[in-house]
Design a binder for this molecule. Structure first.
Ligand code: 26Q
Length: 822
């Protein structure tokens, strides 16, 4: 290779500097005097991108020539977070680059914060997909992430008078240096119309789909580099474009305006991410989005198969296709259509291939959140798929009928079609029927799936079910987010822990070392000071870095119970008002999270929190013992500032409602202690750290069920607890709403008369547990020991462990080390 090519790939600091300045000139068209941080960011991004290319090409070349099984992770969301910092870490040139830009008078952190993160997800599910893609690359497993290149990601949240306001997220405005469009691999995706039968040359009856319209899917690829390896996998996101060549019929002939309208309609498919993290009934565009990216992805796999000369009959040997919840579950019917209608396979062969290819991960326990599509809507968008689903269903129900003779109710429950009242296609049933593996995302969640939500499927196919407890990538959530802690751990243990997080257990040996504890405490204190300064700068609220940083960041939901934390704050405030000299451990409550724009109660919860802050933060009687901060626009970027600075992690969902949680793991790794219910992965976190290092409170899942079944009356708890009554009464009086008693009435009434998430039942237990937190915190040394043990015992929650389990137990995928091509 010539010298320029190797210089563009060189990790040497002098070459980095030369490339950086070159890119400023040749990519940005700027010279240093005119350049701003945005220019420098892009120049650096291109410098790093150049250094990914050799690895990406080497990886693609190895995968093309080898027959190894490839994981295809199908997800409607990938919440990647900013790429630059992560790529610097994974390339191993973060420190070199920081020095290089510093020599030019620049601050690397400033440049990193220029990147607008691709917010192509709502929360946990989308972020999980991003952690998985990182772990797959680090473990050198051949993998493709398939999803949608939304032009507008999750909305940008601002606060206006304490209420959430939404702004559009136009993240592609300044271009995206991390993606490469691949128009040569464009595919056609069809919609609507009708089907007809015909007889082929061999006199076989076949079905032809005559769609009403065709949309193009154009792949946009982003390299996903593993940590300190040569593997660079691909995240392939589909952009919708209008099919110019498609004949829109007589009506549109010569109708330019009509053609433009058609173009807009087509491009709507990848326009915007739906900001709800729950099924929303009847949104036709959402079903179209799902089919769009799933069909494009499966067609892409068939193209790859063809290049490799593998017959379609061997599809399942080449690909393991994982469904991230039911959002891509239409893939089961689509692969059947592609194999039967287009590749002319017989049904039974096609079904065998389909079931061997797909795995389904469930992420919810709430039956009302299971996805379903009304039959008329489904018929309108995907007429051929509805026929295929009927055929799958007929054969599937025959199987059930034989196994469970005479059990009509079971048949009705398991049918892919819901026939109670208006009819629906049940996507979870389709996913179960068409997958060889079904998994939950934490021990408790999987057990509850088997006993409850998917009980019938478990009884039919117990061997398909397994648990895969979620995990998060330590590269982003420790190494990148928390450089101080990373330095301390690596000085103590070496760097092996970054790829083998179980090695953090080695920290246990240092917990009795006073010098180590002092250094640990200083890391936390410095991180807290950084966050405090950030909050003061952005929100104008002064924060005491020695107070407990008590943090709850996650989507705003009633089941996650941010309002339970709010009730506790008011309880503490009332103690101060009753006894101004009370010796209270100072606390800073930090909240963050977005509410679905149409979720009224969630938005009212945000208003309640900000309203409490407006009172508490300025009441002189509080004397800085309490501060309440709502950080707007919680995101991956903000999370990277917040988790490392937390003392206390709030994981307080009603037991049995949170499938897993993953924020809980990010806090634990960064040395926060958890106050939590026995829900989701909290249970496994407690198991790992020991009950003595975990603040547990609240009803267990069986207790919640029992209380619900016995007729829960929240009012009785209100009447019995003085503290609770005073808190509720203060809200209801209008004290936090300038005397307007109506503002929070919907919230108060809901708690007193319904309380579907058992806040009042858990309130006393929560407050008592928080008192214990405060008293432990006063013993700084004890707190630090507990924090160290929490980090030391977080190894289980690396997504590397999760991915190895998926590879061994579901995907049958192995690592393929990549040799760099020169
Ligand atoms: C579905 C249909 C129509 C519109 C939107 C949706 C939709 C979108 C997003 C439904 C659900 C989601 C997201 C769900 C989610 O994030 N679930 C979380 O997944 C995490 C990873 O497994 C778990 O840790 C959390 O417990 C779970 O709540």
């Amino acid at each position: 290779t010539d010298r320029r090519v190797s210089e563009r790939a060189s990790l040497d600091k002098r070459d980095l500097r030369r490339s950086f300045l070159d890119n400023l000139l040749y990519v940005q068209g700027k010279f240093p005097k005119l350049a701003n941080n945005a220019d420098y960011y892009l120049a650096l991004a291109h410098t790093v991108r150049d250094r990914l290319m050799q690895r990406w090409i080497s990886t693609a070349s190895a995968y093309t020539s080898q027959a190894s099984r490839t994981v295809c992770y199908l997800s409607a969301e990938f919440l990647m977070g900013p790429h630059l910092g992560n790529n610097l870490i994974n390339l191993g040139i973060y420190d070199e680059t920081a020095k290089m830009v510093a020599e030019l008078g620049l601050d690397l952190e400033d440049l990193l914060y220029q990147e607008e993160e691709p917010g192509l997800g709502n929360g946990g599910l989308g972020r999980l997909a991003a952690c998985f893609i990182d772990s797959l690359a680090t473990l050198e497993v051949p993998a493709l992430g398939y999803g949608i290149r939304y032009e507008y990601g999750i909305f940008h949240q601002t606060l206006v008078d304490g209420w959430q306001a939404e702004k559009t997220d136009k993240w592609l405005r300044y271009g995206n240096p991390w993606e490469i469009a691949r128009p040569e691999w464009t595919v056609e995706i069809r919609f609507g119309g009708h089907t007809e039968q015909y007889v082929d040359e061999q006199q076989r009856l076949r079905v032809r789909w005559l769609p009403a319209r065709v949309v193009l899917g154009v792949p946009h690829d982003t390299p996903i580099l593993g940590y300190h390896v040569n593997t660079a996998n691909t995240l392939r996101l589909w952009k919708a474009e209008a099919a110019e060549s498609f004949d829109f019929g007589q009506f549109n002939r010569g109708d330019y305006a009509g053609a433009v309208t058609q173009k807009i309609v087509s491009e709507n498919l990848s326009k915007v991410l739906y900001p709800n993290d729950e099924q929303e009934a009847g949104k036709e565009l959402r079903l179209q989005q799902q089919y769009f990216f799933v069909s494009a992805s499966l067609q892409d796999m068939l193209r790859i198969l063809k290049i490799q000369g593998v017959p379609v009959e061997n599809f399942h040997e080449k690909f393991a296709v994982q469904l991230n919840d039911t959002h891509p579950a239409i893939g089961v019917a689509e692969l059947m259509r592609l194999l039967v209608d287009e590749h002319l396979l017989v049904w039974d062969t096609a079904w065998d291939i389909t079931c061997k290819s797909f795995g389904y991960t469930n992420h919810t326990l709430m039956p009302e959140a299971l996805e379903r599509w009304s039959l008329p809507l489904f018929q309108r968008v995907l007429p051929r798929h509805l026929e295929i689903i009927y055929e799958i269903n007929a054969r599937f129900l025959d199987q059930v009928r034989l196994r469970f003779f005479g059990d009509e109710q079971r048949l009705a429950r398991m049918s892919l079609i819901d026939e109670h009242g208006p009819r629906y296609v049940r996507m979870a049933n389709l996913a179960c029927a068409g997958s060889h593996a079904i998994n939950g995302v934490a021990d408790l969640h999987t057990e509850l799936l088997k006993q409850d939500v998917l009980k019938d499927f478990y009884e039919l196919w117990p061997e398909k079910f397994s648990n895969k407890t979620n995990g998060v990538t330590p590269r982003r959530w420790i190494v990148l987010a928390n450089p101080r802690l990373t330095a301390l751990i690596s000085e103590t243990l070496g760097e092996g822990w970054i790829k083998d997080l179980g090695q953090l257990r080695g920290l246990e040996r240092h917990v009795e070392n006073a010098d180590f504890r002092a250094r640990w405490a200083k890391v936390k204190r410095d991180n807290k000071a950084d966050l405090a300064a950030h909050i003061t700068r952005r929100l104008g609220i002064s924060i005491n870095p020695d107070s407990i940083f008590d943090v709850q960041v996650k989507r705003i939901h009633e089941y996650k119970r941010q309002h339970l934390a709010a009730l506790h704050i008011i309880a503490l405030y009332l103690r101060i008002k009753a006894n101004p000299n009370i010796d209270l451990t100072p606390r800073t409550f930090i909240f963050g999270g977005k509410a679905a724009p149409g979720y009224f109660m969630a938005k009212l919860m945000i208003k309640l929190i900000t309203a409490i802050g407006d009172v508490v933060n300025v009441d002189p009687a509080v004397r800085d013992r309490l501060k309440v901060v709502f950080m707007p626009n919680f995101s991956v970027t903000n999370g990277q500032r917040i988790y490392p600075a937390a003392d206390l992690s709030e994981q307080i969902s009603t037991a049995g409602k949170e499938a897993s949680g993953t924020g809980n793991m990010k806090f634990q790794m960064n040395g926060a202690l958890t106050i939590g219910t026995m829900d989701g992965a909290n249970i496994e976190i407690q198991q790992e750290v020991g009950a003595e290092n975990f603040f547990q409170f609240g009803l267990s899942t069986p207790e919640v069920y029992a209380l619900g079944a016995s007729g829960y009356r929240p009012m009785e708890y209100y009447q019995r607890s003085d503290a609770l009554r005073e808190v509720i009464d203060l809200i209801a009086s209008g004290f936090f709403s300038r005397g307007d008693a109506s503002l929070f009435k919907p919230l108060v009434d809901n708690l007193l008369y319904h309380d579907p998430y058992f806040l009042l039942a858990d309130f006393d237990s929560y407050v008592a547990c928080q008192d214990e937190v405060a008293s432990v915190y006063r013993d700084a040394d004890r707190w630090t020991r507990m924090a160290i043990l929490n980090s030391a015992r977080s190894g289980k929650f690396s997504s590397d462990r999760t991915i190895l389990q998926y590879c061994d137990e579901i995907w049958g995928a192995k690592s393929v080390p990549i040799r760099l091509l020169t």
